[in-house]
Design a protein around this ligand. Structure first.
Ligand SMILES: Cc1cc2nc3c(=O)[nH]c(=O)nc-3n(C[C@H](O)[C@H](O)[C@H](O)COP(=O)(O)O)c2cc1C
Length: 373
């Protein structure tokens, strides 16, 4: 059975760090819903790896360096931002709170944070735009029908979204074994997609694979990215890239930037952690191409490591869902504030006054004698 959202209007006691929202959600959420959110695809090896890869990275501190006057400002997508933290596209937020995306978008606005509305949101992109701040992007899933995809893009442009994030790593998605075992039933009504035709059943030749020739028939390819880039006036970001060659190819085709992501372990199980992949992607695309990273961010220290590893900004998925569940808009805003403070504390103790200095910081493997990576 799916849970009833809590309706807290204040921050619960006992939240001292951003990761406390994970703990509180794990204690209070319906176990089936928690299994769905927390789990990754299939057995969830990559979802676990996302956390352990961050945990196993250390930071080589440089005390005695001057950090006063320091800040977390960055410029991304032509906009100066007070901090490098964004809210990842997370679908079906009515599962977490009665106000759904209205609450998380309002929290983003209040904290000067970019909100990325999902194609699979509980509310329409127009409803989200009514409460979101000007820094709002839309996450696009290609639809089986190109006319539907075009129409969604037009709607996002008309509703004032200023970036388009196309997610490419989950043309099919395998459910989490944990969520299946717990009996979680995902919602099927997607507000943004109500008016479009349902995909027609595929006629397969005898011997053709249901998956490779059926479900994957409409899966996006590089040609679709080219088409989309022609279709929209919005900056185009591609989410779900781990291979350096894919990143280089996309940059050559003119995309605005890349989100290095394994979808929080909800795409290919067995893929490496994004934090383990980012250095090679950065080396492939050079210093000037904007790179964002998600998958496994649970603290400001993780944000620091992501930037040191080569990211310009990070997206947070599960932390957003958990904070929304625990304390609505207030919880999401508080979680972002805590992440920022944790990032600043990490910068202070490691001797970094700016994110540019964070980028120059050495990460070391913990548990391996502090060997530099
Ligand atoms: C419950 C849930 C729903 C998600 N829905 C979407 C979605 O609709 N579109 C998308 O591109 N990514 C989606 N994601 C992936 C996130 O955008 C992000 O890549 C991932 O959560 C990052 O990992 P983290 O949860 O460890 O921060 C979802 C993730 C979760 C946990």
């Amino acid at each position: 059975m799916n849970q009833q959202p809590l309706s807290l209007h204040e921050i619960p006691t006992g939240v001292r760090c951003s990761a406390d929202y994970v703990r509180l959600a794990s204690e209070k959420m319906d176990p089936a819903l928690f299994a769905y959110v927390d789990g990754g695809s299939g057995p969830g090896r990559t979802a676990d790896e996302n956390l352990s890869a961050f945990a196993n990275l250390g930071i080589l501190p440089r005390p005695l360096r001057r950090v006063s006057g320091g800040h977390t400002r960055c410029t991304l997508g032509g906009r100066e931002r007070p901090h490098p933290i964004m809210l990842a596209p997370v679908g079906s937020q009515a599962l977490f709170h009665a106000d759904a995306e209205r609450a998380s978008a309002a929290a983003a606005k209040a904290t000067d944070t970019c909100f990325i509305a999902s194609t699979m949101a509980s509310l329409t992109l127009e409803e989200v735009a009514e409460v979101a701040g000007p820094d709002r992007w839309f996450q696009l899933y290609f639809q089986p029908d190109r006319q539907a995809t075009r129409d969604i893009v037009r709607r996002a442009e008309a509703a004032g979204y200023t970036g388009l994030v196309v997610t490419v790593d989950t043309p099919i998605q395998l459910p989490s074994h944990r969520a299946l075992a717990a009996g979680f039933v995902p919602p099927s009504d997607m507000a943004n997609l109500r008016d479009y035709p349902k995909p027609a059943a595929q006629d397969l030749e005898p011997g053709e694979s249901d998956i490779l020739s059926g479900m994957m028939r409409g899966a996006p390819t590089l040609g679709d990215i080219d088409w989309l880039a022609q279709e929209t006036t919005l900056p185009l970001w591609v989410k779900g890239i781990l291979h350096p060659e894919d990143a280089r190819e996309l940059v050559m085709r003119g995309v605005s930037g890349i989100v290095v992501s394994n979808h929080g372990g909800r795409a290919l199980d067995g893929a490496p952690a994004s934090i383990s992949a980012i250095a090679a992607v950065r080396a492939a695309v050079g210093e000037r191409v904007p790179l964002m990273l998600d998958s496994g961010i649970r603290s400001g220290t993780d944000v620091f490591k992501a930037i040191a590893g080569g990211a310009d900004a990070v997206l947070v998925g599960r932390l957003q869902a958990y904070a929304l569940y625990v304390a609505g808009a207030l919880g999401v805003a508080h979680m972002i504030k805590l992440l920022r403070q944790e990032l600043e504390a990490c910068m202070a103790l490691s001797g970094c006054a700016t994110l540019a200095e964070v980028r120059g910081t050495d990460l070391v493997a913990l548990g391996a004698g502090g060997r530099a990576l």
